[in-house]
Ligand binder design. Sequence first.
Ligand SMILES: CC(C)(COP(=O)(O)OP(=O)(O)OC[C@H]1O[C@@H](n2cnc3c(N)ncnc32)[C@H](O)[C@@H]1O)[C@@H](O)C(=O)NCCC(=O)NCCS
Ligand SMILES: Nc1ncnc2c1ncn2[C@@H]1O[C@H](COP(=O)(O)OP(=O)(O)OP(=O)(O)O)[C@@H](O)[C@H]1O
Length: 197
Amino acid sequence: MTQLIGLTGGIATGKSTVSNILAQAGLPIVDADKIAWKVEGPGMPTTQAIAAHFGPQVLLADGSLNRPWLGHLVFNDATKLAELNAITRMPIQQAILTAIVAAGKKAPRAIILDVPLLFEGGWDHICDQVIVVSAPPAVVLQRLMARNHLDEAAAQARIDSQLPLTTKAQRADVVIDNGQNVDKTRTAVLKWLKTIN
Ligand SMILES: CC(C)(COP(=O)(O)OP(=O)(O)OC[C@H]1O[C@@H](n2cnc3c(N)ncnc32)[C@H](O)[C@@H]1O)[C@@H](O)C(=O)NCCC(=O)NCCS
Ligand SMILES: Nc1ncnc2c1ncn2[C@@H]1O[C@H](COP(=O)(O)OP(=O)(O)OP(=O)(O)O)[C@@H](O)[C@H]1O
C-alpha cells in the first residue's frame, strides 16, 4: 500500500533540499510550488483570472506573471493575499490531486507531497505522515534574504504570511532539523526513510 507523506515547513526552511534528497532515494515527489508555476503559466485560465483581478500590470510582455511585483503586493497585504488565494486555490488543488493519482499508478512505497501550505490547505488530513522541515528563525531569514534578494522587512513579511513554524512543528509526525549543513540533514532524512521501508 502506497503511503502519502506530507512534506512542509516554513518558507525557506529547506523543503526543496529535503525533497531533493528523497527524490535521489527514488521516491516520487509531487511539488506544489512547481505545479502552481504551471497553473499560473502564460495564457493559463488562472493567469488570466489573476490579471482580470489585479490589473494588466501583473503580466510581463511575454504573458507570464510578474512574480516579484505580485509577491511584493500580496506578502505585504493580507487582504490581497486572500484575494490571490481565492483565485488560485481550486485550480492548484485540482492539479495536485491529479499529480498524486498519476504518481500512485506506479505503486511506489511512498509519494512525497511537498506543499508549503500543507496545514493551511488541510492536506495533512489525507497524509499518512507529515514531515516538517525546520531551522532557527535567524537562519531562515538569512537564507530567504539571500535566495530571493529581499531586504529584511520583505523577507519577514513573507515568513509572517504563513502559520508560525513552531505551530507546524507541533503538528508534525516527524521534524527534520535543517539548521546545520545539508549532510546532517541527509543523514536525518535517510534515517527516517528506513522507518517506512
Ligand atoms: C505570490 C507569488 C506570485 C510569488 O511568487 P515567487 O516566485 O516570489 O514565489 P514562489 O511561488 O516560488 O513561492 C515561494 C514560497 O512562497 C510561499 N508562498 C507562495 N504562495 C503563498 C501563499 N499563497 N501564501 C503563503 N505563502 C506562500 C511558499 O513558501 C513558497 O514556497 C506566488 O507565490 C503565487 O502566485 N502564489 C499563489 C499560489 C500559491 O498558493 N502557491 C503555493 C503553492 S501551495
Ligand atoms: N542546510 C543548509 N545549509 C545552507 N543553506 C541551505 C541549507 N538548506 C537549504 N539551504 C538554502 O536555503 C534556501 C532555502 O532552501 P530551500 O529552497 O530548500 O527551502 P524551501 O523550504 O523549499 O523554500 P520555499 O518554501 O521558500 O520554496 C536555498 O537557497 C537553499 O540553497
